[in-house]
Design a protein around this ligand. Structure first.
Ligand code: NOJ
Length: 683
């Protein structure tokens, strides 16, 4: 009680000085207060929910090569805007998204004469802000640091990965974020040790949730985060150029040209996990779709000449075990056709895999007949998913983008998986981190150019997604995750069961993930120290729990035929949804999603658990969302772990059952250790 009183007193003191520089959410519960200090012109914000301060005064501002843009400001004006619209997604976890927020833009004048605005948007489930440089006399700025801070008033634990995690392919861990316990104290945080990738997912001490990330990252370095002096702070990914890697706060991070707006910094704040997962703030902060005709952008499941390379029964390069041969591709495509899978990926079809450096994106190996396969693709109605691994040589790839995509389009290829295997990539600006400004620009150029040729992108080794798929829906999926492939060869033996129960609440909140679910044989005889830590039913559950409009069923056709009855679920589960609901879950423990197939009344439920067996309760009331008075009968097919299933000892033990259900029913489903389940519900 005392604590609440102190907090309220602080609120009153702060808010009473600044009566007009605040903006509240449409429901009036969340308020962001802006303050430009009258004495030193420093700029700050604070956040209250239900009149309680939940974020204390937090710093705003940027440092440039010439000056600090964090002080010596004067507030010259405020403009406001109210938004309440609903827009339709081209594909997604739901068809319609409502964008309801209140905006306040504070117009600031720096003593140097520079003008900078800060736009704040407050939604019912969180808030966002960005720095804007209107057109003005000074045309260019070199940003060396961003001072944005997030000072939460209560203790918290955050799920995160360290900022230097290669390609973001790490196991997410829970770290203490308590303001009283900074990860590191002192003047110079060590970005190589303490800094975390954005996003982070927060569990606050009072049981509420938060998600800190950025949106609309198109021409700026990716944000990273670290804790110092009681606040979470921003560390921008450095610009490297031709210099050796520099990781200080003074080195260049971004080169900007006015008019310019930084990406949005946003924080989702919800009382429950389902609300956190349902937040669409990130998508709403991105620009509306810039592609006029989107009819060619089609969600699809795909198989691929792929897992064979990871379990080492096939090779990318030409040789006796070459995977991407005409014959093998034809076999995959005919299998896909027979099982209703829309597309097949082929890796290693083009020359250059001998050294992973000099790829030729338009010349196939001799044992790949592109024209024949392109005709076959047409006649079967099974798409070829192209593959452009650059080995991190983004500059060479970028130089030839038009001719590469023209070639693919001519062969009828409308989806390309791109890849950048190299911890530091070579962009047009020299050696760079892929999440630095230059890498971010490259990825955007790829998406924009691909759109001109009606090509959708599945980007591997990406910069962390920030919702750009709203603007460019041809950016369909991305990696940026420790995906299934690690279970084929990882020196640590494969990801622990817990891993998949963290991702829906962390990485996947940043956007669709190409995790590649659907392994049906868990042991790898060639690398026997590694395996998939999962039951077969857990693999099915992933198709519902992990969202991607390009969803790979990654295993070999012959492995699928060992469990053809379970494979039925993969054949039928869609990857484009009308609506999605997190039914129940706990970060790092389990997850149960229900999703309605777009344009139908078919529902799919998927569940996954960590190494603990558990029973979940699922009220089917969501079936009645359209006509609550009716109580239709549905036919439900259950794919369940058997009683004695266990990821370690009996991973292939499952049972399939059918029965009728109505929206009045409640399911009780048991998941085995490392297990899961899937349910198909048809009217
Ligand atoms: C890493 C990607 O994650 C994987 O999917 C791909 O097979 C290899 N790079 C080769 O491009």
């Amino acid at each position: 009680m005392k604590k609440i009183f102190v907090i309220c007193a602080a609120c009153v003191l702060f808010f009473s000085c600044q009566p007009s520089t605040e903006v509240s959410s449409p429901d009036g519960k969340l308020t962001v207060h802006f303050r430009c200090d009258a004495c030193d012109g420093t700029i700050w914000y604070a956040v209250a929910r239900d009149h309680e301060l939940i974020m204390d005064l937090s710093e705003l501002g940027l440092m440039t090569e010439d000056m600090s843009l964090a002080e010596d400001f004067r507030l010259t004006g405020i403009s406001r805007h109210r938004q309440d619209t609903t827009w339709e997604t081209v594909w997604g976890e739901e068809r319609f998204i409502t964008d309801r927020h209140n905006q306040m833009v504070v117009h600031l004048l720096h003593q140097s004469g520079i003008r900078m605005d800060i736009a704040f948007r407050v939604f019912d489930d969180g808030f966002a802000f960005r720095y804007i440089f209107p057109e003005q006399e000074q045309k260019t700025f070199t940003v060396t640091d961003e001072l944005t801070a997030y000072r939460f008033t209560q203790g918290a634990e955050a799920w995160s990965i360290p900022w230097r995690t290669e390609y973001y392919e790490g196991l997410w861990e829970k770290r203490n974020l308590s303001p009283c316990l900074p990860l590191r104290e002192g003047d110079n945080p060590n970005p190589t040790q303490d800094t975390l990738c954005s996003p982070i997912t927060i569990e606050f001490a009072d049981g509420t949730y938060g998600f800190v990330h950025e949106a609309a990252l198109t021409d700026y370095p990716a944000q990273n985060l670290y804790v110092r002096d009681g606040a979470l702070r921003t560390y921008l990914t450095p610009w490297l150029g031709h210099q050796s890697p520099i990781t200080s706060h003074q080195s260049p991070k971004a080169y900007i040209q006015t008019p310019f707006a930084t990406p949005w910094r946003f924080v989702v704040l919800t009382r429950t996990l389902p609300e956190l997962v349902a937040s669409r703030i990130m998508l709403n902060l991105n620009e509306p779709c810039k592609i006029e005709d989107t009819s060619w952008i089609k969600p699809a499941k795909f198989m691929g000449i792929w897992w064979g390379m990871h379990i080492k029964t096939m090779t990318w390069e030409q040789g006796p075990k070459h995977g991407a041969t005409t014959e093998n591709m034809e076999r995959y495509m005919r299998f896909a056709k027979e099982h209703g899978i829309g597309a097949v990926l082929a890796e290693g079809w083009n020359k250059g895999w001998e050294d992973w450096k000099h790829f030729d994106f338009t010349t196939p190996y001799d044992d790949w007949d592109m024209d024949y396969l392109s005709r076959l693709s047409d006649s079967l109605g099974v798409q070829i998913v192209g593959h452009n691994e650059t080995g991190g040589n983004a500059a060479d790839y970028e130089k030839d983008l038009d001719s590469i995509y023209r070639y693919h389009e001519a062969k009828g290829i409308h989806v390309i998986k791109t890849g950048y295997v190299a911890p530091i990539i070579r962009t047009v600006d020299g050696l760079q981190w892929n999440k630095g400004q230059s890498g971010v620009r490259h990825y955007r150029k790829v998406i924009e150019t691909a759109a001109k040729y009606h090509i959708a992108i599945d980007n591997h080794e990406p910069v962390m997604p920030t919702g750009l798929q709203r603007t460019y829906p041809n950016l369909m999926s991305q990696e940026g995750v420790r995906g299934q492939e690690w279970n084929a060869w990882s020196a640590d033996g494969g990801s622990p069961c817990e891993h998949v129960t963290v991702l829906p609440y962390t990485r996947i909140l940043a956007g669709p993930v190409d995790y590649t679910p659907g392994v049906f044989r868990f042991e790898n005889p060639i690398i026997p120290t590694t395996r998939v830590h999962s039951t077969l039913m857990n693999q099915l559950g992933l198709f519902v729990c992990f969202y991607s409009p390009l969803q790979m069923a990654c295993d070999l056709p012959e492995h699928y035929m060992e469990h053809a009855d379970a494979f039925r679920f993969i054949e039928q589960v869609p990857c484009d949804w009308e609506r999605s609901v997190l039914v129940d879950g706990k970060i790092g423990d389990f997850c149960v999603f229900a999703r309605q197939e777009r344009g139908t009344d078919n529902w799919y439920i998927g569940g996954i658990t960590d190494e603990q067996a558990r029973e979940v309760t699922i009220p089917l009331s969501f079936l009645n969302h359209q006509s609550p008075m009716t109580n239709h009968q549905y036919k439900a097919t259950f794919y369940l772990d058997a009683e004695d299933a266990d990821w370690e000892s009996r991973p292939y033990a499952y049972r399939i059952e059918e029965r009728e259900v109505t929206s009045a029913d409640t399911l009780h489903v048991r998941m085995a250790p490392g297990g899961g389940f899937a349910v198909q519900i048809l009217p």
